[in-house]
Design a protein around this ligand. Structure first.
Ligand SMILES: [Zn+2]
Length: 207
């Protein structure tokens, strides 16, 4: 059986200088690049996927006066530089087998709400109109199709999309660990409670 690395939302808008910057985001990108520097297989992964918040019209997910819990400044608009992966990942982008886009017309914290596209498909696929079928395969189906039974989750933000992705992975029946040292949080004060919640759901938390 196979092991996957799920890189969650390491996108320009979530890193320093972005519209919804999370302190430590750029460092997560460079740390992940170091982990994958000798190839995914050397790091123990059979496959690597990267999720992307990818908004067209996500309704009340965007707000002029966001509360930073349920509503947010405009971020990760589909096809804009803010939605692109952080350049810190450039050295290892060839190791990413699928780009998992989520949240076109809704909020979508979990990567399991997204669908996987290859690098080629990610460039060549037109965006669907509201109500049209979304391109790509649901993430859980895509992973199972590659024999994946175990996933490691890392990225941004620990307390939102990393958490939601890890919890959904556990619900989907994958063996899950979160590489906490390869994440960055919106609200760092709340991270210990988040990690407890993950452990309670059967997720292993590594440094
Ligand atoms: Zn979003």
């Amino acid at each position: 059986m196979a092991k996957a690395l799920i890189i969650v939302d390491v996108q320009n808008d979530f890193c320093e200088g972005g519209s919804l910057a999370v302190a430590g985001g750029a460092a997560v990108a460079s740390s992940l690049a170091a982990v994958l520097g000798n190839g995914a297989a050397s790091a123990g992964f059979d496959t690597v996927v990267a999720t992307q918040d990818w908004h067209i019209d996500p309704g009340s997910h965007f707000a002029a006066e966001p509360d930073f819990q349920h509503s947010w400044p405009v971020h990760c608009v589909a096809g804009t530089p803010g939605a692109a992966l952080h350049p810190g990942l450039d050295p290892v982008v060839h190791s990413i087998d699928a780009f998992v886009r989520k949240g076109r017309y809704e909020d979508a914290y979990s990567g399991f709400q997204g669908r996987a596209l290859t690098a080629h498909e990610a460039v060549g696929t037109p965006e669907p109109a509201p109500g049209e079928a979304l391109p790509g395969a649901p993430l859980a189906e895509w992973l199972r199709g590659r024999g994946v039974d175990s996933v490691v989750v890392a990225g941004i933000a620990t307390d939102f999309c990393v958490k939601a992705t890890a919890l959904d992975a556990a619900r989907e029946g994958f063996e899950v660990s979160v590489a906490a040292g390869l994440t960055a949080a919106v609200h760092p004060d709340g991270v210990s409670a988040v990690l407890e919640e993950l452990r309670a759901a059967g997720v292993r938390v590594d440094d």
